[in-house]
Write a protein that binds this ligand. Structure first.
Ligand code: TYM
Length: 342
């Protein structure tokens, strides 16, 4: 059975990269597939989070999901910590995954920085919890941005090793010859890697100290306009062919953002804007960005005024998620060989 799972960390401002790289696809997918979307609060605490800020950010990410168009009647929307099976399955996966696999994770290297000895053990084991998120639902498809590809591939490695190591027990328990699916990453659309507006060689990220490097989902129309106008560019006009964007990372980024916001392709954008100066193109980009994003910010503000409503959606989502995850975890306990006490 096909099932979509994805998630975001509630660690600071959601931005245009999160929206175009992931959320915009999530909204499409919920029209045709069964989807589960998670606010991964347990991943958030792999680096220190102030408890009051964390609470607010969990609600804010949920509000962003809803404001962007996720429908809690269609999709399951919940926060990770409320479904205990994620942590439990992650422990089993800690015992399946190899230390060498974790050592290859580029996100850990980036996040841990130079002082790796001082990073939390949770940050190191992060991909194992992510595999548990996905496989607790035996999800087959994971829509994410380019930067999460390695983690989804690791999830496949964990699933495969679990299926192999426990093959006899999986069969003996009546689950055939594979218990976990080999999950596919879905990395699609023109903006799978949105770059910083200040530096076309850096990813747009929550942690960039310059707020001008990103467009936050909470930015109002004036702020969006200002950030687009100040975005770094080169002096040449836009090319009319995609090939002409090679070696021009800032131009390529703005064209990709425009394409993703309008549901078109870079080819389409250059057909219309090829030969334009950046001043003109940026004015057009401000228009599409404000049209698409300002209503989301407005809706987020409205939703945040009623945290009780957001919490009710998370409670309902966790209840629905728990039913599925509990079935998986019961099976995993049997497969691994734990004796049941009830
Ligand atoms: P996170 O919270 O860093 O990012 C959430 C989603 O946004 C995408 N993204 C981007 N896409 C394009 N350009 C960018 N500049 C950009 N920045 C972020 C990410 O690829 C992601 O899809 N480990 C995950 C959270 C997670 C998860 C999961 C995802 C935990 N468990 C299970 C999928 C399935 C993370 O840190 O995403």
């Amino acid at each position: 059975k096909e099932l979509v799972f994805s998630g975001m960390q509630p660690t600071g401002n959601l931005h245009l990269g999160n929206y175009l790289g992931a959320m915009i696809r999530w909204i499409e997918l919920q029209k045709t597939m069964e989807c589960i979307y998670c606010v991964v609060d347990m991943h958030a605490i792999t680096v220190w989070q102030d408890p009051a800020d964390l609470k607010r950010q969990i609600r804010e990410v949920t509000a962003a999901y809803l404001a962007a168009g996720l429908d809690p009647k269609k999709s399951i929307i919940f926060n990770q910590s409320q479904v205990q099976q994620h942590a439990e399955l992650a422990w089993v996966f800690n015992c399946v995954a190899r230390i060498g696999w974790m050592n290859r994770m580029t996100q850990f290297k980036e996040k841990a920085g130079k002082d790796r000895e001082n990073a939390s053990l949770g940050l190191y084991a992060y991909p194992s919890l992510m595999a548990a998120d996905i496989l607790a639902y035996r999800a087959t498809h994971v829509p994410v941005g380019e930067d999460q590809k390695q983690h989804v591939e690791l999830t496949r490695d964990i699933a495969q090793k679990f299926n192999n190591d426990y093959a006899a027990s999986i069969a003996a328990n009546g689950y055939g010859d594979a218990f976990f699916p080999l999950t596919e990453p879905m990395i699609q659309g023109p903006a799978t890697r949105v770059m910083s507006l200040r530096d076309g060689s850096k990813k747009m990220s929550k942690s960039d100290p310059s707020d001008y490097s990103r467009i936050n989902l909470t930015d109002d129309a004036d702020t969006i306009a200002q950030k687009v106008r100040k975005a770094k560019t080169d002096p040449e006009p836009l090319p009319s062919e995609v090939d002409g964007l090679k070696g021009r990372p800032e131009a390529e980024n703005l064209v990709s953002i425009y394409a993703a916001l309008t549901g078109t392709t870079a080819e389409d954008v250059l057909r219309e804007h090829g030969g334009s100066q950046f001043s003109g193109f940026k004015a057009a980009l401000v228009d599409v960005a404000v049209t698409k994003l300002a209503p989301i910010a407005g809706e987020m503000r409205r939703l945040m005024a009623d945290p009780g409503h957001i919490d009710a959606i998370l409670v309902d989502g966790s209840d629905r998620a728990r039913v599925i995850a509990a079935q998986t975890m019961d099976a995993v306990r049997d497969i691994v060989g734990f004796v049941r006490s009830r």
